[in-house]
Design a protein around this ligand. Structure first.
Ligand code: ZN
Length: 160
């Protein structure tokens, strides 16, 4: 059975950046499960999985625009400390949540001043070319409920 619309694919992946530094891997843990074709995966990975079947093993290089997007310089901001719930504990490199008009956003702390904090709202992998080594574990038909909800239920998916 091949990966296509209305099917659930489970796969292991190892993500690395050029130069070979490994960022994360599902190997040795629970494989990633995705309802294919609904945009739940980054576009470069979703496209690379099309038509694959259980046992397929491949590598794909994903450009920023097909991954976590290009870096947006305007997302690097200086923000008054009062906008952080946990201002006293902030340290450079930490990821924290900043309340914005569009709702909470994960930001990386760059620098902590006396009354302001410099943060970067870009995804940590924005602007990076990504290498995925992928191994398809299995492919199955999605249930009517999964298709209606737009996500996978059960192992590797949503429990509710
Ligand atoms: Zn659901």
């Amino acid at each position: 059975m091949q990966v296509e619309n209305n099917r659930v694919v489970r796969f292991h992946y190892t993500l690395s950046v050029p130069g070979g530094t490994q960022i994360e891997s599902s190997r040795g843990g629970t494989p990633m499960a995705a309802l294919w074709g609904v945009g739940g995966l980054i576009p470069g990975v979703e496209r690379a999985l099309a038509g694959r079947s259980a046992g397929d093993s491949f590598e794909v290089e994903v450009a920023p625009q097909d991954g976590y997007g290009e870096r947006q310089p305007e997302l690097v901001q200086r923000v008054p400390k009062k906008y952080f719930r946990d201002a006293a504990r902030l340290k450079p490199g930490m990821v924290t949540e900043l309340g914005t008009r569009q709702g909470p956003r994960a930001v990386t702390v760059l620098k902590v001043g006396l009354s302001v904090v410099d943060v970067d709202g870009n995804h940590p992998l924005a602007g990076r070319t990504l290498n995925f080594a992928i191994e398809v574990v299995d492919v199955r038909e999605a249930t009517a409920e999964e298709i209606a909800h737009g996500h996978v239920h059960g192992e590797g998916g949503v429990h509710h």
